[in-house]
Ligand binder design. Structure first.
Ligand SMILES: [Zn+2]
Length: 420
């Protein structure tokens, strides 16, 4: 039977921030092929027809400065006029409080959705450990908590707060998240945080300039900020956070992290024997962007037992110049990305999928909601064995979860770190 782990999707973003959606997956919203920030792709009608067995529900607290500075003035005016309450909620809410609300929304949505599930239709289970997933019945789908961006621990130091105060509070918050069953934390996002420097997430699109196709920023609505500081500049906060995640068994997701910081984190992962996840990316081989992975990195992630979640967006899988006059069909490109990793590493063990459905990305024209994920499986059959397909869709991510989520099951970790 087909089964899949989606390493990165944002249903809670829609349910929390869109004023007309309630805490339930049951909703009949737009989920068509056109990019639309108001769509809801993971609605139950699509989910129940999908091969998804484990859904990483990634909670993204929309960054205050992204809204204040990243959203262009005309879009800001639009936001104010349509939904002042929700706009204010983004601008002035404390990120930790917003995160708690996102998590509550997600858990309530699982309960509320099941009230209206009848017959043989799949039910949702909020899974807070590997055991919860191991215990799933055939007609159950696991939803797990994941978080995008360490800004949830606080955008900056508060008045009178020292860096050490901030870190002590972060440790208490990590305790809480660990107990609440959070599986993964993405270490950076669109705007500056106090821990890990981020790439510039603004997407590039083909534009015609002087009769030539060039790659230009798609900044009609927003632009994102590249950190102008380096890993380690801000004391050891980034390294301490990564080591805490590995120690506690919360998966570290390196999407949005700058290359030099990714490399530092691979070293730590190797030292402590934990896998890394890059939950929603493309490859530099096809599109040389700072967000995407180089061949050397792919080999490194493969050696660490990590997983590369390929994103369902041509804007990261294909070079913008090659996308000029493009039809938006993406499944063949996704498969080329998979084949390239297999050829480079010798097997499929580092390949996974992070759809980014309900995030801000532009979906494929041939697979724009979870109910269509079977199309990817059908297309894979010409290039991969049934065992390889199951590994790519499920087995590899499951292996990384087993080795990265929760305390270690076997021997005590080998840590070279000196005490204190
Ligand atoms: Zn992202």
């Amino acid at each position: 039977m087909d089964r899949m782990i989606d390493l990165h999707a944002h249903p809670s973003l829609k349910m929390h921030y869109l004023p007309y959606l309630r805490s339930t997956f049951h909703a009949k919203m737009y989920s068509g092929p056109i990019w639309n920030p108001l769509s809801f792709r993971y609605q139950y009608g699509n989910l129940k027809r999908s091969p998804v067995k484990v859904l990483f529900c990634t909670h993204y607290v929309i960054e205050r400065d992204f809204v204040a500075k990243g959203v262009k003035p005309h879009s800001r005016a639009l936001l104010w006029s349509t939904a002042p309450y929700y706009y204010a909620r983004i601008r002035f809410a404390k990120p930790w409080e917003s995160l708690l609300k996102l998590m509550e929304t997600c858990e309530a949505a699982v309960r509320n959705t099941n009230r209206w599930v009848f017959g043989k239709n799949p039910r949702l289970v909020m899974a807070k450990s590997l055991a919860d997933i191991n215990g799933l019945a055939d007609n159950e789908i696991a939803v797990v908590h994941a978080i995008e961006g360490p800004h949830v621990f606080g955008y900056e130091l508060e008045k009178g707060q020292t860096l050490d105060d901030y870190w002590q509070r972060t440790l208490r918050r990590l305790d809480y998240l660990e107990k609440r069953g959070v599986a993964m934390l993405t270490l950076a996002h669109f705007w500056d945080n106090l821990f890990v420097p981020q790439t510039d997430g603004t997407e590039l699109i083909p534009k015609v300039k002087d009769n030539q196709v060039v790659a230009g920023r798609d900044d009609l609505l927003v632009y994102m900020k590249r950190a102008n500081w380096r890993w380690g500049d801000r004391g050891r906060l980034g390294e301490e956070l990564v080591r805490e995640l590995f120690r506690r068994g919360i998966l570290a997701d390196l999407s949005h992290v700058q290359v030099h910081a990714r490399e530092a984190i691979y070293d730590i992962a190797q030292e402590v024997g934990r896998p890394v996840i890059i939950s929603h990316v493309g490859l530099k081989h096809f599109y040389d962007h700072e967000y995407n992975l180089s061949d050397e990195e792919i080999k490194r992630i493969h050696a660490l037992g990590g997983v590369i979640g390929l994103i369902l967006s041509k804007r990261l899988l294909v070079d913008p110049i090659d996308r000029y006059g493009d039809d938006g069909i993406g499944i063949p490109d996704l498969i080329e990305n998979m084949k390239y990793i297999r050829q480079l590493t010798g097997d499929v063990s580092a390949i996974g999928i992070g759809t980014d459905f309900d995030g801000l990305t532009h979906p494929f024209k041939d697979c724009y909601h979870p109910g269509q994920l079977h199309r990817i499986i059908d297309a894979m059959k010409a290039h991969f064995s049934p065992e390889e397909i199951d590994a790519i869709l499920y087995g590899n991510s499951w292996r990384a979860m087993e080795n990265g989520w929760g305390s270690r099951r076997s021997e005590t970790p080998v840590s070279l770190r000196s005490a204190g």
